[in-house]
Design a protein around this ligand. Sequence first.
Ligand code: DC
Length: 235
Amino acid sequence: MSKRNSTIRGVVAIDGPAGSGKSTVAKLLAERLGYIYIDSGAMYRAVAYRVMQAGLAVEKDTAEIGRLSGELVFEFRPTAPGQHLFVDGEDVEAAIRTPEVGNLSSPVSAIPEVREHLVAAQRRMAARGGVVMEGRDIGTVVLPDADLKVFLTATAGERARRRWVQLQEQGIIEDYEQVLRDQIKRDQRDSSRAVAPLCKAEDARELASDDLSPEEIVTMLEGWLKQSLSKGDKS
Ligand code: DC
């Protein structure tokens, strides 16, 4: 690795459907590289949470929700372990992880004005490099010039199983079949919406996570990032 490479703070975009393993992989990769980890989905969830708190309805209060999303101040603060999302100084981490907020975040994230505000905030967070950002449109819309773009997939059954385990760990007891149904509905909505639908960037590397451990995936990603940064060094 050249001297310049050792100081380059790269940008990594990881996209994929819910339960593809992207959060685990993105967190672990950021930890290994000493990069900042940004969970863009948490920001859409936080808007949904505020929508719920304000008693707004997605179908009729679209303009109000768009305006509200532009006024929120997002901040990821490190905690031991991991990090929590703070909105306007309030720790919303636990509140945004409920199935209700998860379900509402999908229609909320389809509102163009919400996306505009959140994409702008996400770009500001990534402006200094040294970032691993995960979501649905990071490689296609938010950070199209990322040094490494990965599209992580897994079968629907495996993704629902992971989500179910995660909810159990958080003390949220849900029926597996219900988790699977919610997920399929959310995937369909996220993939078919008009603005920034979930899709693989043309130049993203696609990886199926079913039979790989997070550590194995992260090691692959680290190698790809190194390759990409050293190529950039020659140009
Ligand atoms: O990854 P997640 O389940 O926490 O995401 C919550 C919702 O936000 C999900 O319905 C998809 C949406 N989302 C999005 O539209 N764009 C992103 N970059 C991240 C999430």
